[in-house]
Design a protein around this ligand. Structure first.
Ligand code: G3H
Ligand code: 13P
Ligand code: ZN
Length: 312
């Protein structure tokens, strides 16, 4: 199957009460781990490359890796998505070079500028058969605490969403409801709680419209433990509870972004391998263990969090 857009996948996900996993890719082993899991479980999948990933690997390699995965899994619907495109030029470059979906992230700019740039990207993308995700609201970074007063500034304001979607023409919308990027999302001792009420208010205002959640890693403690038992030092790494993500997927959320969990899996596999086999120096041996963890994590997400298995 050629690499597809997310339009039909999101329609089915919205109606079916599940979400499509959007997993970040940086190298061949990550692409393989994700797509092998998705193919085995008959789950559509989004492979997304950040600007950092495009710089690290060179975007041409990433596009070709995804094309290879698509050729090897002809039955698997794969979307190739730009994650957090910072400007029109970055989005245009991806649209012109094999991506089927782009995110323009102008959420850190004033509302009017966010509308203006997102609209420009949507016009260009749609003229080239590509779909667009934009964002309203600002996700907290790694260190941000969630205190009731301070966090309000980060949440999406539901009263802005209709005007934004209408004026920009974007195809999906990322919102801020308490998730954040990285492995340190919540302070120890606090109760992680997504604002599903904001999600529902947005959904009421945009019936049938696909909503996206960034920062949705759950930071599985079994992998944190393996890392720390094998020379790592990740202290108080806490993610989003998986049952809350499952609940969001039953509602209007059609795309759930996961990167940090794959990083933890890859790192745990490699660290453990080095400790257990100090004589090994063949990258295929330790990268193979990292890849196996990526596959296992994606399988778990598809079955137990996203609910996207057996949907092809
Ligand atoms: O949302 C950010 C993703 O986790 C990608 O991170 O920019 O370090 O590749 P990156
Ligand atoms: P995590 O850091 O929670 O994996 O979020 C990834 C993400 O949102 C990529 O855009
Ligand atoms: Zn993100």
């Amino acid at each position: 199957m050629p690499i597809v857009t997310s339009t039909e996948l999101f329609k089915k996900a919205y109606d079916g009460g599940y979400a499509i996993g959007a997993f970040n890719i940086n190298n061949m082993e990550i692409v393989q781990g994700i797509t092998d899991a998705a193919a085995e479980l008959k789950s559509p999948v989004i492979l997304q490359a950040s600007q950092g990933a495009r710089k690290y690997a060179n975007s041409v390699y990433l596009v070709k890796l995804v094309e290879a995965a698509s050729e090897l899994h002809p039955e698997l619907p794969i979307v190739l998505h730009l994650d957090h495109g910072a400007d029109f030029e970055t989005c245009k470059d991806c649209i012109d070079n094999g991506f089927t979906s782009v995110m323009i992230d102008y959420s850190g700019h004033p509302f009017a500028e966010n509308i203006e740039v997102s609209r420009k990207v949507a016009e260009y993308a749609h003229a080239h058969g590509v779909v667009v995700e934009a964002e309203l609201g600002t996700l907290a970074g790694q260190e941000d605490a969630v205190s009731v007063e301070a966090d309000k500034a980060f949440y999406t304001h539901p009263e802005e969403v209709e005007e934004f979607v209408e004026k920009t023409g974007v195809d999906s919308l990322a919102i801020a409801i308490g998730t954040s990027h990285g492995a340190y999302k919540f302070k120890p001792g606090t109760k992680p709680q997504l604002r599903l009420d904001i999600l529902d208010e947005v959904a009421k205002r945009l019936p049938g419209f696909p909503i996206v959640l960034h920062g949705s890693s759950s930071v599985p403690q079994e992998y944190v433990k393996i890392i720390n038992e094998n020379g790592g030092k990740l202290v108080d790494a806490i993610g989003v509870p998986e049952d809350q993500l499952r609940e969001a997927a039953r509602r209007a959320v059609c795309k759930i972004n996961i990167d940090s969990d794959l990083r933890l899996g890859m790192t745990a596999g490699i660290r453990k391998h080095f400790v257990e086999h100090p004589d090994h120096f063949d990258p295929r041996q330790y990268l193979g263990d990292g890849r196996a963890n990526v596959k296992a994590i994606v399988e778990h997400k598809i079955k137990d969090v996203l609910g996207s298995d057996n949907k092809i």
